[in-house]
Design a protein around this ligand. Structure first.
Ligand SMILES: [Zn+2]
Length: 130
């Protein structure tokens, strides 16, 4: 699992937050558009991004920097990365490419989940104990 440590051992990495006129230390999504990025991979990444857990909610929706549509008001996380819920829109509808290290992370997480050893004994013992 590359260099990733368990959640809580390290800060969560921010992903997909953009610079503002007042603070240009973060990227501009227009600089990351990759018109050649295939739809199947963009859909796969967007699906992952849309299924994060809610890590925070904000008053009012943010606007897409590229088309101005209302684009979510929550932050989502997988415990390793944290992103605004509208990031899936940037990926899917604008081809804003995310770093290869993050795509590798998605692949590793998906494989790890599919490969989990399954144990039904706890469920059998505890289902009726409410
Ligand atoms: Zn947009």
């Amino acid at each position: 699992m590359s260099e990733l440590r368990e959640p809580a051992d390290r800060p969560v990495r921010l992903l997909g937050f953009w610079g503002t006129p007042e603070n240009q230390t973060l990227p501009n999504p227009a600089d990351l558009v990759d018109p050649g990025w295939g739809e199947a991979e963009r859909q796969w990444v967007a699906d992952y991004l849309e299924h994060g857990q809610i890590a925070g909610s904000w008053m009012g929706a943010s606007r897409c920097r590229l088309c101005s549509r209302a684009n979510g008001s929550r932050d989502l996380t997988d415990g390793y990365y944290l992103w605004p819920e509208g990031l899936a829109h940037y990926v899917l509808d604008h081809g804003v490419r995310l770093p290869a290290e993050f795509l590798n992370h998605i692949e590793q997480r998906s494989q790890a989940l599919e490969g989990l050893e399954r144990d039904a004994s706890w469920w059998r013992r505890n289902a009726a104990r409410t």
